[in-house]
Ligand binder design. Structure first.
Ligand SMILES: NC(=O)c1ccc[n+]([C@@H]2O[C@H](COP(=O)([O-])OP(=O)(O)OC[C@H]3O[C@@H](n4cnc5c(N)ncnc54)[C@H](OP(=O)(O)O)[C@@H]3O)[C@@H](O)[C@H]2O)c1
Length: 281
């Protein structure tokens, strides 16, 4: 199997390539230098040449707060870029995995979101990822929309790295305690995505590590496991000045993975332990 992977310099794309190689599949990794996804002609040229059997689309504009001021470019990448890829997948008859986000939901209530729940994004990033979902659904039948959240991987910026860096220069950190969700380790997710590529069980899925926490609880566990002595103070989202509004409830129901015969991801605390070891090495 030959798989075209976009966003290969990012957190997830990197691990998807590793997982493909581990299983003896051929990964063709591209990032903005090889294929700017906002450039429809470049997408067509690279995708025709790649001669892939399937596509895993990880590339995105992921700067959630910056997106509030740079809506146009964010939409160009997340919505138009995804449409460019979906259109070529249709033409070449390729199944596609599109990575999406818990931020397509508005975070009301406490019930875990189902994959087919109505989508009402609260911020520009979420809105453009939602538009990407719509593009995939418009052009393709053979697609997986896989919503993930609070992503951490070796390659790139994430909450764990930010916390560990801040702790080097601060005795006390304030972290929001009224947004509940589940972190996603790209190493574990890459295994699931390649499992999906081996099937034709298309559809919308939620896929994070198991278990729930708030960002505050996540931070506490990072420092506990890393053996870092820093005071963590819980605050409300209202008190923490972030540009983009974020959902309070990012609980996502992952039962569909089990129903469709997919192995779910391990607990987030276990993933964190392996990740801390990975970044030390
Ligand atoms: N990170 C999260 O917490 C999170 C949460 C939920 C869902 N997701 C989704 O999961 C997927 C993977 O996330 P990630 O954390 O691995 O993302 P990431 O680390 O930010 O990687 C995204 C990659 O896409 C590239 N890219 C940006 N604009 C591009 C363009 N015009 N053409 C081609 N490539 C472009 C980026 O390059 P530059 O770095 O040069 O811009 C980067 O290498 C994304 O679809 C994201 O929306 C992420």
């Amino acid at each position: 199997m030959r798989v075209l992977v976009t966003g290969v310099k990012g957190q997830l794309g990197h691990d998807v390539m590793n997982e493909l190689a581990k299983r003896g599949y051929e990964g063709i990794g591209v990032d903005v230098e090889e294929m700017d996804i906002t450039d429809a002609e470049a997408v067509e040229k690279v995708m025709r040449k790649a001669n892939a059997d399937k596509v895993v689309h990880c590339a995105a504009w992921t700067a959630v707060d910056a997106a509030e001021d740079q809506e146009e470019i964010c939409r160009k990448v997340n919505a138009q870029g995804t449409e460019n890829i979906a259109r070529m997948c249709k033409e070449l008859d390729l199944p596609m995995i599109y990575l999406s986000t818990d931020y397509v939901f508005d975070g009301e209530g406490t019930r875990p979101w189902e994959p087919d729940d109505e989508r009402h994004p609260l911020n520009v990033y979420g809105q453009t990822k939602y538009e990407g979902e719509l593009a995939v659904e418009k052009y393709l039948d053979k697609y997986y929309i896989v919503r993930i959240a609070w992503v951490f991987g070796l390659n790139g910026k994430n909450f764990i790295k930010t916390m560990l860096n801040l702790a080097k220069t601060h005795d006390t950190l304030t972290v929001v305690n009224d947004q509940t969700g589940s972190p996603t380790y790209t190493y574990d997710l890459a295994r699931l995505l390649v499992d999906m590529l081996e099937t034709d069980k298309y559809g919308r899925y939620h896929a994070t590590n198991e278990g729930l926490c708030t960002w505050y609880e996540f931070a506490k566990e990072i420092f506990r496991q890393a053996g870092v002595d820093v005071k963590v103070v819980p605050v409300s989202s209202e008190k923490f000045a972030a540009k983009a509004k974020r959902p309070h409830n990012s609980r996502m129901n992952k039962e569909k993975l089990s129903q469709m015969g997919f192995e779910r991801l391990p607990a987030w605390q276990d993933a964190l332990q392996r990740y801390l070891k990975e970044i030390q090495e």
